[in-house]
Design a protein around this ligand. Structure first.
Ligand code: F6P
Length: 344
């Protein structure tokens, strides 16, 4: 078969591992040929691609980012977009398409597969919030990076008797804040699934100062709402899927904490450092397992389906189910956070 791959949406460590494994098994086991469209769906519309071979994918599973580059391009919004995609795929004699991406990218994959384009998906998001899968590659790396950063924040906050608020990624779900905050012993962990109770936050911090620890570390997801309501946005500009750029809740919260407690408070936004660099061993392995399953899905003609991790098994579900909702933290995780907080 002649198979095309693309990577859409925000990048994350492990994308290259998926590409590597799909190409390797496809060529060696099935005798496939591959091309990779550049810059996500944009590359399909522009007919911009590179051949993917055993030679040019050799060793890429160790590398961060995506050798295919990425964009947030919404084919559904482009007049004639679907026709253009069909034409380009036909022109390049593509038998199947593997799209690596989050819910936005996969909404396009679903749309295309419902319109006669043989396609399958691989779930991708640093936020780890795709429905139906226990983990997405890149998340483990992001948690490791954030944990190391928060570890470092502890010592400088301690030296200066300060509160430091660390903002991490997570638009709709607080997986990164939860995992890195708990792993790094943050005193307060705030996630979008729960309203921020600012009085409780201040009480937790005051507890530290009253009990001989004159500093505090707060971890907050970018998607949290302010206690007064509303998210903090870095720019009103929206992407082609209608998302604003979230940024600044950490800074806003730091101001509020300082005002309410009198403790000197600073903030740091970890931003894109969480998505950069080499994947952890876990993410390299998970990415490769997704890649192997994706090429099997192609040969099994599982169009409109997406690879998922359930427990320790890789299987697949419909893309429709995967993008129907976000996988969010629930009471079990809130209990972990609250059980590890000071008793105030
Ligand atoms: O969706 C993943 C994500 O990393 C979010 O956590 C974040 O809000 C967004 O992407 C950032 O997107 P961009 O790289 O386009 O600014």
């Amino acid at each position: 078969m002649r198979v095309a791959l693309l990577t859409g949406g925000g990048d994350c460590p492990g994308l290259n591992a998926v590409i590597y494994a799909a190409v390797k098994k496809g060529i060696n086991h099935y005798g496939d040929e591959f091309i990779g469209f550049l810059n996500g769906w944009r590359g399909v519309l522009d007919n911009n691609f590179i051949p993917l071979t055993l030679e040019n994918t050799d060793g890429i599973q160790l590398k961060g980012g995506t050798i295919l580059h990425s964009s947030r391009t919404n084919v559904k919004k482009i007049p004639g977009g679907i026709e253009k995609v069909q034409e380009v795929l036909k022109q390049n004699k593509i038998d199947a398409l593997i799209a690596l991406g989050g819910d936005d990218t996969q909404s396009v994959t679903l749309f295309l597969s419902e319109n006669g384009v043989p396609s399958v998906g691989v779930p991708k998001t640093i936020d780890n919030d795709i429905n139906g899968t226990d983990a997405t590659f890149g998340f483990d790396t992001a948690v490791m990076i954030a944990t190391e950063a928060i570890d470092r924040i502890h010592t400088t906050a301690d030296s200066h008797n300060r509160v430091i608020v660390v903002e991490v990624m997570g638009r709709d779900a607080g997986w990164i804040a939860y995992a890195s905050g708990v792993a790094a012993g943050a005193h307060v962990v705030l996630v979008p699934e729960k309203e921020i109770d600012i009085d409780h936050v201040c009480k937790l911090l005051k507890y530290n100062y009253d009990h001989g620890k004159h500093y505090g570390v707060v971890v907050v997801s970018e998607g949290c709402h302010l206690p007064s309501g509303g998210q903090v946005i870095g720019s009103k500009e929206v992407d082609s899927f209608g998302h604003v750029r979230l940024s600044g809740i950490g800074e806003a919260l730091a101001e509020l904490i300082e005002e309410k407690t009198g403790f000197e408070t600073r903030s740091v936004n970890l931003g894109h450092t969480q998505r950069g660099g080499v994947p952890t061993a876990y993410d390299r392995l998970l990415g490769q397992r997704y890649g192997l399953h994706a090429i099997d899905m192609v040969h099994d003609k599982k169009w409109g389906r997406i690879a998922v991790l359930r427990g320790i098994e890789i299987s697949d579900i419909t893309i429709k189910e995967a993008i129907a909702t976000n996988r969010r933290l629930d009471q079990r995780f809130f209990d972990v956070i609250s059980s590890l907080e000071a008793k105030v």
